[in-house]
Design a protein around this ligand. Structure first.
Ligand code: ADP
Ligand code: ZN
Ligand code: ZN
Length: 769
């Protein structure tokens, strides 16, 4: 964007209606058409009609305006990223836009999109797609309704005995007086029209924002408690930074065990931001699983809180976006995409549970909301606060650390016991079974976590050793016992173990491929099929057999147990139950606050360690520590049992002692020695094609085409087939992040189009997870 570009007065953030074109002086708009193709590059010039007299009602064209433009023989949406006095093309070669939409993107977000396009080796059009007002492409508009309100003569008529009113008319006016402006249709439009003609009622078309349903849960309090000494000490530096004492504003890392009062610190920092007339963005991992956090913000701040997430209807998202854009709402709570909330005068960004992998977006651009939040805060002069009980090593080196070392309730951290599973066949250690049986007798709740969905890990022929794998992906198919792989976690099903020993489906967790459980081996004809490993479904079944009953219900929570709503409902039922167990994938360890979970169990804790990934240790530590954070809240410390085949693993040792600092120091040492983030940046380039040689050749061409930068290129290395495509990957380890990103971007631009013509595709992932 050129420095001399002028931004027109803010366009009316409105309803998407088309309005006459007006340019604010500049005759040429530089426009990015919103197309998905990589081949379309750069901006396109459009001629703007000279503006007439300025008026505040008409949308003008400025940076961030959304246009409909003629493009390649059809009409496309485009975003204005700059205005210019003239074009290099002769004016008669330039087309005029067809229309300008009523809503526009704040200039700040247009710049952020440009930054993202570069930072993630994507295209400006795709990055702009992330910051568009919701519903733009679908033509969603503001909802309007005819609204009636009482006029002064109308109010007078109610007290004037001489006023000629029927009983019905008097009743209508009284209702309007009591309620204030009302949607006309609710009271009867025809009758209101007659009153309007006598000047007693005013009828007008008004906007009626669609509001998402409130999440304020009954028990949350609207008043702020007096802070503890630790909370006070953590809040002070944040408040000073908000006052602008620090330039440029600082980024903070709030490190505090679960239940240590981090959310209360966020709430007070947001209150200070609002008092200064600025706005705040609060990022959370997933709204549906953590409604308590949203509920606390809504209870504390009311209507100035807007929420943006994918479970809302597009109309609700559109209207919440507009409330933020107009400054009617000044706090936005939401998952990673809320980092693009169009708030007015951003003063504070909070990233709750900053270790969560859900902050990484898997579409293109593959942005990381934590990294984007940092850039957005920097550009806006806003303060950033990231918080976690298990912060990432990356955040430790970039943020000023603030600490909340103790639980608010003064409760002890639970005792963490490591159980050695070597040589054992039953998925539950005897100690685990004993603890669960004790809990059932005493009454109480347990969370059992296992990072594997389905029934068993894989099927294997007992005679020839064949393993059933997905025909599209080179991974083992996972056994699911329910009628479908997506059955809800309902009441106990009868065990359908049939003659062949098994029934149900085997499913691929990558592409969704499913097939019936085989009754015999296709290679050798044997009918003896063994299942290996246990998944959440199997554990649910085991627990139900061993413990279940009306007084000890077993719940399951994983990606198979239906949609978000249903998962939220499962959590709620578990919360309301007097006792019982919740079985699930790592989802069960996310941000909820059950006061009475006495026992936490991690099955197969080293499963995450076996991933060939430098983050494996960090994940394992976080998983165990986060689960420990759920146990024993609100009273005695509770107990956590960790089953593992690697009882001496370093992350488990640190987790056993609740030693985050020790783990971080050790992990940073290891990462420095190996040249991993935060001491270098990683960029992953994955090339895929139907045939393996083409995928490999494409990756090699990109590797060969890389200009010099400070770092190393690893690969091409084969990856397992995914969704029917062979894959080959390059990993770039770079000390010079910007230089490496630029080099990769240029190499992909050169190689990509030719590769696409022969059926190979290239995707770039900066900071892969
Ligand atoms: P975290 O976000 O670290 O998990 P929370 O902010 O949710 O911790 O605090 C845990 C519990 O303690 C919540 O129920 C919260 O309402 C309560 N709480 C937080 N701060 C205080 C305080 N200063 N005084 C009393 N209760 C508090
Ligand atoms: Zn066989
Ligand atoms: Zn598959």
């Amino acid at each position: 964007m050129s420095a001399q570009s002028r931004s027109a007065p803010a366009a009316r953030a409105d309803d998407g209606s088309r309005a006459p074109l007006r340019a604010a002086g500049a005759p040429v708009a530089k426009v990015i058409p919103l197309t998905r193709t990589r081949a379309v590059r750069g901006t396109f010039d459009y001629r703007l009609p000279r503006s007439g007299a300025e008026s505040d009602d008409d949308p003008r064209i400025g940076i961030g305006s959304i246009l409909r433009v003629p493009f390649g023989g059809r009409s496309a949406f485009g975003v204005v990223i700059d205005l210019a006095g003239h074009s290099e093309l002769p004016p008669d070669r330039l087309a005029e836009p067809d229309a300008v939409l009523g809503s526009s993107i704040p200039a700040e977000l247009v710049s952020l999109a440009a930054w993202m396009a570069t930072e993630y080796c994507s295209t400006p059009a795709r990055a702009l797609g992330l910051v568009l007002p919701p519903g733009t492409l679908e033509g969603v508009r503001a909802r309007r309704a005819l609204v009636a309100e009482l006029t002064e003569p109308g109010a007078g008529a109610l007290t004037d005995a001489a006023a000629r009113l029927t009983d019905g008319q008097r009743g209508l006016l009284e209702r309007l007086q009591a309620s204030g402006p009302r949607v006309a249709a609710e009271l009867g439009t025809a009758a209101l029209r007659r009153l309007e003609s006598r000047g007693l009622v005013r009828l007008s078309h008004r906007e009626r924002p669609r509001r998402p349903q409130d999440h304020a849960v009954g028990s949350v309090s609207a008043v702020s408690p007096a802070l503890t000494g630790d909370q006070h000490a953590a809040l002070q530096p944040i408040l000073r930074a908000l006052e602008g004492a620090e330039r440029p504003p600082e980024t903070f890392l709030l490190q505090g065990v679960t239940g240590s009062g981090k959310t209360e610190v966020y709430l007070q920092a947001v209150a200070a931001t609002l008092a200064a007339g600025r706005s705040a963005i609060v990022l959370v991992p997933e709204i549906a699983l953590t409604p308590q956090v949203l509920g606390r913000f809504q209870a504390r701040f009311g209507d100035v809180v807007a929420v943006l997430h994918s479970a809302l209807s597009v109309g609700e998202r559109h209207d919440e976006w507009q409330r933020l854009r107009r400054g009617q709402a000044r706090v936005c709570v939401g998952p990673r995409s809320a980092v693009f909330a169009p708030v007015v005068d951003l003063g504070l960004v909070i990233v709750d549970e900053e270790h969560e992998s859900s902050y990484k977006h898997e579409g293109d651009p593959r942005y990381d909301a934590r990294h984007v939040a940092r850039e957005r805060a920097r550009a806006a002069g806003a303060v950033l606060v990231a918080g976690s009980a298990t912060p990432r090593p990356e955040s430790v080196v970039t943020g000023r650390r603030l600490r909340l070392p103790e639980r608010i309730d003064g409760g002890a951290m639970p005792a963490v016991e490591v159980l050695d599973m070597r040589g054992r066949h039953h998925p539950l250690h005897p100690e685990t079974r004993l603890a669960l049986a004790d809990l059932r007798r005493a009454g109480g709740k347990a969370i059992v976590m296992l990072n594997r969905r389905g029934w068993s890990n894989f099927l294997c022929c007992r005679s020839c050793g064949r393993v059933w794998v997905c025909p599209n992906c080179e991974v083992a198919l996972v056994l699911h016992r329910g009628r479908t792989a997506r059955s809800a976690s309902g009441p106990a099903r009868a065990d359908p173990e049939g003659a062949a020993g098994l029934s149900g489906l085997i499913a691929c967790h990558h592409c969704g491929h499913r097939e019936p459980v085989p009754s015999r081996c296709g290679s050798c004809g044997s009918v003896s099929v063994a299942r290996h490993g246990a998944g959440t479904e199997r554990i649910e079944h085991e627990l139900r057999d061993a413990l279940g009953g009306d007084d000890f219900p077993i719940f399951r929570l994983d990606a198979d147990s239906s949609g978000l709503e249903q998962r939220a409902a499962t959590l709620q039922r578990f919360e309301q139950a007097r006792s019982g167990a919740l079985v699930g994938t790592q989802m069960v360890a996310k941000g909820h606050d059950f006061p009475d979970v006495a026992l936490g169990v991690v099955l197969d804790a080293d499963q995450t360690l076996r991933f060939p990934d430098f983050r494996a240790e960090e994940r394992t530590f976080a998983l165990v520590t986060q689960l420990a954070g759920r146990a024993g809240r609100g009273g005695d410390g509770g107990r956590v049992l960790v089953q593992t085949l690697a009882p001496d693993a370093r992350p488990l040792e640190f987790a056993r002692h609740h030693d985050s600092d020790g783990f971080l120091a050790d992990e940073l040492r290891r990462r420095r020695a190996l040249g991993y983030p935060p001491f270098a940046s990683l960029i992953r380039v994955v090339c895929s094609a139907e045939e393996e040689p083409l995928a490999r050749r494409t990756a090699q061409a990109i590797a060969d085409g890389l200009e010099a930068f400070d770092g190393a290129v690893l690969g091409p290395a084969p990856l397992f087939r995914l969704r029917g495509r062979a894959r080959s990957q390059l990993v770039i380890k770079a000390a010079d992040r910007a230089g490496a990103i630029a080099a990769v971007g240029r190499a992909v631009d050169r190689v990509g189009p030719g590769a696409a013509r022969v059926g190979a595709s290239v995707s770039v992932d900066v900071d892969p997870q």
